[in-house]
Design a binder for this molecule. Structure first.
Ligand SMILES: [Fe+2]
Length: 271
């Protein structure tokens, strides 16, 4: 069960999100540019990884350990990961089907791929986390089959939904994409969070600007502040995980941990 991102992807995402190039990162962290290039090329050097992590707001130990990180396999009755093709990659849709209530979160990239794996009959609603093309490919086809589609904007405006035993709370997870909506599912004995691309096991969705990266960190941190520690996170890419595991093993956790002092850990000005 491979993660969405390797350690070098995490470094590249952090650099892109903070708008830091190789030479600025080298200057700030006191190592040579070629050492950063080597890390970006996938060659782990623990000393170099430790040197750049404070500037990038990353947990160095988690970054170094990422190659060996595999979240515990989670089997939650009624929850199905629907792994769909997206070019050379994959994207997740999540089906929650409990006590006769079936909800689908996100709709993949190719309409035919989604329709081949999801039955629209009995589907109470399709809820969207964000409108990147790899998450909405099947929207039109499912809507044409009579499925109620709830957009990320509509969900945020409504705030809460009740479908039989399922209580959904929509939360703002903007940043990677704005708007983005996460869905806490309560009423199952264990909390679920359908997170879109706000967080992955061991990483976060990429951001194209410092403003977006900061927004992603702050919205995720605010959302997670009210989550239970054993909350199961169902991300838009890669395997399911838990909040407790991500607070230990996700290199980005200093940026989204509700208990962290983000400004105290990141040397560069993040305003
Ligand atoms: Fe996305």
């Amino acid at each position: 069960m491979s993660l969405e991102d390797d350690f070098n992807d995490v470094i590249a995402k952090a650099m892109c999100g903070l708008g830091i190039g190789v030479s600025a990162l080298a200057d700030d962290s006191g190592i040579a540019p070629f050492e950063i290039e080597a890390l970006l090329g996938g060659a782990m050097d623990k000393t170099a990884a430790r040197a750049i992590s404070p500037t990038l707001g990353l947990d160095a130990a988690a970054l170094i350990a990422l190659t060996g990180y595999h979240p515990e396999r989670i089997a939650f009755p009624g929850v199905r990961r629907i792994k769909l093709p997206f070019g050379n990659w994959n994207v997740n849709a999540w089906e929650v089907n409990i006590d006769g209530v079936c909800l689908l979160f996100d709709a993949g990239f190719g309409a035919r791929d989604v329709m081949g794996k999801v039955s629209p009959h009995g589907l109470k609603a399709l809820l969207i986390t964000h409108s990147h093309p790899d998450h909405i490919g099947g929207v039109a086809a499912l809507a044409a089959s009579g499925v109620r589609v709830i957009s990320e904007t509509e969900a945020l405006a409504a705030g809460k939904f009740v479908f039989g035993p399922l209580e959904l709370k929509a939360v703002d997870l903007s940043g990677h994409c704005t708007p983005s909506t996460g869905y806490f599912v309560n009423g199952l004995g264990r909390q679920l969070l359908i997170a879109g691309d706000a967080i992955f096991a061991g990483s976060m969705g990429g951001c194209k600007s410092r403003e977006a990266h900061n927004l992603a960190s702050h919205t995720l941190r605010a959302a997670l502040a009210n989550a239970s520690a054993d909350c199961i996170i169902l991300p838009g890419h890669g395997p399911a995980t838990t909040l407790a595991e991500e607070l230990r093993s996700n290199p980005f956790h200093p940026r989204f941990n509700p208990n962290s002092d983000i400004d105290g850990k990141v040397r560069l000005d993040l305003s």
